[in-house]
Design a protein around this ligand. Sequence first.
Ligand SMILES: *Cc1c(COP(=O)(O)O)cnc(C)c1O
Length: 426
Amino acid sequence: MSVPESLAANPAQLATDPAALIASAEAHGAHNYHPLPVVIASARGAWVTDVTGRRYLDLLAGYSALNFGHGHPRLIAEARAQLTRLTLTSRAFHHERFAPFVSQLAALCGMDMVLPMNTGAEAVETAIKTARKWGYRVRGVPEGKARIVVAANNFHGRTTTLVGFSTDPDAYRDHGPFTPGFTVVPFGDLAAMEAALDGGGDGGPDGDEGTVVAVLLEPIQGEAGVIVPPPGYLPGVRRLTAERGVLLMADEIQSGLGRTGRTFACEHEGVVPDVYILGKALGGGVLPVSAVVSSAEVLGVQRPGEHGSTFGGNPLACAVGLEVVTMLREGEIQARAARLGERLHDELAKLVELGALTEVRGRGLWAGLDLAPGLGSGRDVALRLLERGLLVKDTHGATLRIAPPLVIEEEDLAWALAQLREVLLG
Ligand SMILES: *Cc1c(COP(=O)(O)O)cnc(C)c1O
C-alpha cells in the first residue's frame, strides 16, 4: 500500500492549518462522528482556542464531562501532583489514593460502596451485571431469568449489550445479535412501567420471560434531547420498584454531579435510587472515571475475580475523582448551576414566546431546544453559531443542546444568549 498523501504532508503545516487537519482526520480517522469544522488547540474555563488562535465559548462541555470547565486549577494541580508520584498499580495491590476516593464518593451519594470503572458504558455494564447477580444471589431468581426494564429513547453507552436495548436505529442497526433480558417501556409512562414490572413486557423479540430485578433509567434523558419526565414519574417508579423489591438504577452519568443545579437529578423529585451510575464529570474533564455506587447488600455480591478493570480505580483517576467529589461536597458548583440555569431558562422561554423555538426542556444549566420550522436543521444552526464563536451540538435533527461548563461567567452566558437570539430571530 502506498503512503497516503496526507500522511506525507509537512507536519508543521498540518498543525496549524485547520483544513489540512480536517482532511487528514477524514482520511485516517473512522467516520463514527461528524464534528463541526473547528480544530481546538487549547482551552481554559468555558473558552477554547482553535489552531488559528480564534476563541469560542464552549456550550457543550464535553457532554457534561467538563462540568468544572477546561483546566480547572484544583483538578490540574491534583493531576500534576499524582502524575509524578504514582499513576497505575492495577487492583492487584492497594494504593494510597483508593480509600479516600471510594469513601468520599460513597459519602457524597449517601451509600456504602463504590465500584470504580473508566467509561460510562463500563459503569452501566457493571450495574447490569451486579443487578443480575444480586437477583440470583439475594432475590433467588432462577439462573438466567433476571430481567431489566429500560426506557425507550435511552442512551446508556455503546457496547453491544447497551445498544441492543437502544430504540435508536443509528445506535443498534447492523450491530446485533444482542444480549437478551431487557424490556423497553415508554419513558414517563407510569402505567407502562407498572405493567412491565408485573410481567407484561414490550412484546419484544426475546419473549419477556423472567423476573424483573432492576429498572435502569436516566432521570433526565440527555442524548434523546434533554427529556424531563412528567412530575411524579420518578417518585412513582421509586414506589413501584420498592414495593416489588426491584432495584432502581439511576444512570446519572450526564444528569448528575451538578449539571441540573443539584448533585443528582433524582434529588429534584426527592428520589433516592438503589444504585447511582456515574461517569463523565467524575473525571473532571481530565481522564475517564466512572463508578457504580450502591449499598453493601447490592455491591457486596461482587466477589474477587468476578468483575474488574485494569484501569478502574487507578491512582490518577482516584486523585482527580476525589477532588471532584470534594468540590461537589462544598456545593458551590451546584448552586451556581441552579442560579445561572434560571437565567438560561428565562431567556430561552422568551425565544419560545417569540416563536423561534417550539419547546425548551431541561433543568439547571442544561437545555434541549426544539427549533421552529424554517430555521434549518440543528446542524445548520450550530454552524451559524460557530461562525459567531459559539460551540453547540445538535441532536435528532432539529434539536440543539446547551450545556456549558458550570463555571461559565454570567456575562459570557448572557453574550451567548444574545448571539443565539440574533441567529434565531435573524
Ligand atoms: C455518555 C453517557 C453514557 C456513556 O458514557 P461513555 O463514557 O461515553 O461510555 C452512559 N449514559 C449516559 C446517560 C450518558 O450520557
